[in-house]
Design a binder for this molecule. Structure first.
Ligand SMILES: Cc1ncc(COP(=O)(O)O)c(C=O)c1O
Length: 380
């Protein structure tokens, strides 16, 4: 049984109310940039309205490969190691379906976006969630707990960096540790890197979080899930990609035929333009996001009983409230009394209870009053 989303449950209550400041969903309220929309229109006019290959247009796969070369110095073979998917969640699903058999076991690092664990359950696998411990200001990986969770049927470890909802970014040492762990136990390492461009701790804004692919070889059992949704404000376009070892991409390409066949054709073309021409717009967005992050941190820090770990990536804050044991009831009361809509920590699995998630990718006209009402609610 796949549990229903507790973010959606809260959102459904909020949707029946007027005047809600909505910070519960994980998307920017910026529209897709004009240059991307124009590229889609051009693509339709140029005839990109037909079926494509199951692995996506060769030109889109080449564009993804060129992007990895430019950002990470990694050589990927576009014809055998990349599949364009109809979104990040579809890439997750494909990756999981290709590797997990019924009754297999997988490990997911949490708190995390619930869809990863849900996809594993949909593949009839069991999942053990291992929470990131909070040590002072920073979340870490509990390698002892990982070792203890391994069973003879454990086939996969999923982690998300930058993390939704934590904003945690794996250090080089943590990435190496995760890779060593999965190599040692002969399991797949699935890295969700959809937020890798939303990174505030690089040497300059716009630097990506280094991909796990920089340290893994192309023969390693490593897969990376990615998406156009977050970096290019394209959530509604449903286009992403999966990078995997060639035996898995071959399987996933075959499987894709029976799932969605391929991502929308003109959306793939628009994605190519986003990758080629998107840097300046992305940097402007990052400046705004970083300011928003700091605004929220400053508003919440200093409130007794509230811990606000500093997120280095994504666009979320995940404050923890001392003594909070029902984050759903907390978010519901906040919504009803102040019209501020946040996501309850319990929605993100093990380790999430006791916290709430703020998505700060919102306009100042929403964020500022929301933070004012939230701080009053927490203090009062
Ligand atoms: C961690 C993570 N991975 C993947 C996705 C999937 O994004 P999409 O399916 O829009 O590409 C999301 C969306 O919220 C996410 O937070």
């Amino acid at each position: 049984m796949v549990p229903r989303s507790r973010i959606r449950e809260l959102a459904e209550i909020a949707m029946g109310m007027d005047g809600v400041l909505r910070l519960y969903f994980g998307e920017s309220n910026l529209p897709t940039p004009e240059y991307i929309k124009r590229a889609a229109v051009r693509a339709m006019e140029d005839g990109y309205t037909f079926y494509t290959e199951n692995a996506g247009l060769p030109s889109t796969r080449r564009a993804v490969a060129a992007n990895y070369q430019q950002l990470h110095g990694i050589e990927l073979d576009p014809s055998t190691e990349i599949i364009v998917t109809a979104s990040g969640v579809q890439a997750l699903n494909l990756a999981i379906r290709c590797v997990l058999d019924p009754d297999d076991h997988a490990i997911a690092l949490t708190p995390a976006w619930p869809n990863g664990s849900a996809c594993m359950m949909m593949a009839n696998a069991s999942v053990t969630q291992i929470p990131h411990p909070l040590c002072g200001e920073r979340y870490r990986v509990d390698f002892d707990a990982l070792e203890a969770a391994v069973t003879p049927r454990t086939r996969m470890l999923l982690y998300t960096s930058p993390s939704n909802p934590l904003g945690w970014v794996a250090t080089a040492q943590e990435q190496q540790g995760l890779l060593d762990f999965t190599r040692r136990h002969g399991m797949w390492l699935l890295a969700d890197e959809v937020y890798d461009r939303l990174y505030y701790a690089g040497s300059r804004l716009g630097d990506p979080v280094p991909s796990i692919l920089r340290i893994a070889t192309r023969d390693d059992a490593v897969m990376v899930v990615h998406s156009f949704s977050k970096s290019y404000c394209m959530t509604g376009w449903r286009v992403g990609w999966l990078i995997a070892r060639r035996d898995v991409t071959e399987k996933a390409t075959q499987l894709n035929e029976f799932v969605v066949s391929h991502a929308p054709t003109f959306a793939q073309k628009a994605g190519e333009t986003a990758l080629a021409d998107g840097e300046a717009e992305l940097e402007r967005m990052l400046e705004r996001l970083k300011e928003n992050r700091d605004l929220c941190m400053n508003a919440l820090r200093g409130i007794a009983g509230v811990t606000v770990p500093k997120p280095d990536g994504a666009f979320y804050l995940f404050p923890r409230v001392d003594g909070l044991s029902d984050s759903f009831a907390f978010c519901r009361r906040l919504l009803e009394e102040t019209r501020v809509g946040l996501a309850p920590g319990v929605a993100f699995g093990e380790g999430g209870e006791g916290s709430f998630r703020i998505c700060y990718a919102a306009e100042r006209s929403i964020l500022e009053p929301a933070m004012e009402r939230l701080t009053k609610f927490l203090v009062g």
